[in-house]
Design a protein around this ligand. Sequence first.
Ligand SMILES: Nc1ncnc2c1ncn2[C@@H]1O[C@H](COP(=O)(O)OP(=O)(O)OP(=O)(O)O)[C@@H](O)[C@H]1O
Length: 256
Amino acid sequence: MTPPILEIEDLTVSFDGFNALNHLSFQMETGELRVIIGPNGAGKTTFLDVITGKVKPTQGRVLFKGRNLRRYSEDQIARFGIGRKFQTPRVYLNLTVRENLELAGARQKGVLSTLLHPLPKPDRERIQALIETIGLRPKANFPAGLLSHGEKQWLEIGMLVAQSPDLLLVDEPVAGLTDEETRLTGELLVALAESHSIIVIEHDMEFVRQIARTVTVLHEGSVLCEGSIEDVQNDPRVIEVYLGAPLEEPTSQKQP
Ligand SMILES: Nc1ncnc2c1ncn2[C@@H]1O[C@H](COP(=O)(O)OP(=O)(O)OP(=O)(O)O)[C@@H](O)[C@H]1O
């Protein structure tokens, strides 16, 4: 039987005695698009940091396709097939969209070698298909520095996909985007989810509604609840965590 793509068991991460993650357990299957939400300080970034190996568990295990990641470095974990996109784009501004994607797809060959030698045909076709997927065909030969913020985000998502990861971790992809760019980013992630497992961390609830199938809510370093967007939005625990404890009824209404 194939193991889940990601399985996290009783994970605690302490910073100087403070538990940023607190006995957290989590599981997702291959091919899932999972959205993680939670108020500030809930542990979302630490959650991604521990999956990529940037931070090591104080207690508990992270299993990727059944393999315990504890002993491995960030580079090794990336090579196993976990790719992460950070909130701010990290593209090469002087290189074209196509060159950025070629470089991302051939990282082991080195920058100069990739740029000086033409790619084999199958690789070129793969990059062209990716350019179409991320909606940047008209700008494929533009330097990335000329792209809008949203287009840079799509390019970076494309660069992540060019590395052929099995699991994509995407941190707040629509922060600072226009409504239209946000909608298109949602469409892009949904399209990519047809052939990848994806975890998206996001605050923008309109966007979450657009893409989410299953939502996991983190709070104080643990999973508070999990379910469809409707289930989660109607869960009194989630409402309390986001809005604070319900107001007490006025005393007059409590009296008969
Ligand atoms: N290196 C660190 N040292 C000490 N405390 C840390 C460290 N990293 C995170 N924390 C604390 O752990 C808790 C969880 O932080 P984390 O950044 O994972 O939350 P988050 O859900 O991503 O928050 P936000 O939505 O604000 O980005 C916070 O209280 C934070 O202050």
